[in-house]
Design a protein around this ligand. Structure first.
Ligand code: SER
Length: 320
């Protein structure tokens, strides 16, 4: 299968790329960033900008993908610093991807939405079909992207589908998300022996370990279209508080100092999101089931973070 992956150098794209090539997919990786040193076999890397329609159209018309996995985006915390840029990347980028798909062979477009699509005041667990009143530019663009994709689906017959990701945790470098504190407890906990968390200990949002998130992408992307009753699905795994994550880290890194000092802006973003998601449509329609709980994730993640820190020579680059 030929897959065009936008945001290939991002938090999700970096981990998805080797998984796709292991399956035998041929991948055109599309990102502003240069190609990493070790590119898996079967991957061609294009330095491209999703805000430039011609660059997206050239990639899609030249490569003729069966699927476009659209992961290029600016996340919530970064998006509040540069809202106009976030709009252009997230919104124009999505429009260009959808339009290129319409014009050139109608590949499936796989879209990634987020818990940031929701706004404050919703009773937990929060289901798929609730009013979406996001409080961040990131959330606004993701909700609009969901609706734009559905427009292309209903008007042009495009196969548009996607998930609303919880905060994602992996052995990688997070990029401007509000949920990054969770990963930094593991990364800085190992790298420097301490981390000051920018939200309160009681803060609780849905999280997911990256291997589960990648499996969700592949399972939904592979699901027969007729089995799907909607285009966008909540997917859930765990909902630990920041203090519960800290306890899992402390249990595994003796002597680590994890403290809390809430940053009002990022705390407000976090408090506007659901604490628990209801994902029964995903579970019922395409068999979604997460594998990793907090302990399982922590046990699996720490050796990988250790490896990453060793590879990055002390892990300086890991400090966003
Ligand atoms: N991880 C994202 C963020 O924090 C939420 O989708 O912005």
């Amino acid at each position: 299968m030929k897959i065009l992956l936008t945001g290939a150098a991002g938090q999700v794209g970096t981990d998805l790329l080797p998984l796709l090539t292991e399956r035998g997919d041929q991948v055109l990786a599309f990102d502003l960033a240069p190609a990493p040193k070790h590119l898996p076999d079967g991957v061609e890397w294009v330095r491209g900008d999703v805000t430039q329609s011609a660059e997206v159209y050239d990639a899609v018309s030249g490569f003729k993908p069966d699927r476009i996995m659209h992961f290029a985006a600016i996340l919530s915390a970064r998006g509040e610093q540069i809202p106009h840029r976030a709009w252009r990347v997230n919104m124009d980028g999505t429009l260009h991807v959808l339009e290129a798909a319409r014009l050139f062979g109608k590949p499936q477009v796989f879209y990634t939405s987020t818990i940031a699509a929701f706004g404050p005041g919703l009773p937990n667990p929060v289901g798929d079909d609730v009013p979406l009143r996001p409080s961040t530019m990131y959330g606004v663009t993701k909700v609009a992207g969901e609706r734009l994709g559905e427009y292309y689906q209903s008007h042009f017959g495009l196969d548009f589908r996607g998930v609303r990701f919880p905060g994602l945790i992996n052995a990688g470098i997070p990029g401007g998300g509000t949920s990054d504190y969770a990963l930094f407890m593991y990364v800085d906990g190992l790298r420097t022996g301490r981390y000051e968390c920018f939200v309160s200990p009681q803060s609780r949002i849905p999280f997911m370990y990256m291997p589960d998130a990648l499996r969700a992408v592949l399972e939904l992307s592979d699901a027969p279209q007729k089995s799907l009753g909607r285009s966008i699905y909540n997917i859930a795994a765990i909902s630990p508080s920041a203090e519960e994550i800290a306890a899992a880290v402390r249990a595994r890194i003796p002597g680590v100092e994890l403290t809390f000092k809430s940053d009002p802006e990022r705390q407000a973003i976090l408090d506007s999101w659901p604490q628990v998601l209801d994902d029964h449509h995903a579970r019922f329609e395409w068999g979604w089931n997460h594998e990793f709980d907090l302990d399982g994730m922590s046990d699996d993640l720490l050796p990988k973070v250790r490896e990453l820190i060793a590879k990055e020579g002390g892990g300086e680059k890991l400090h966003a």
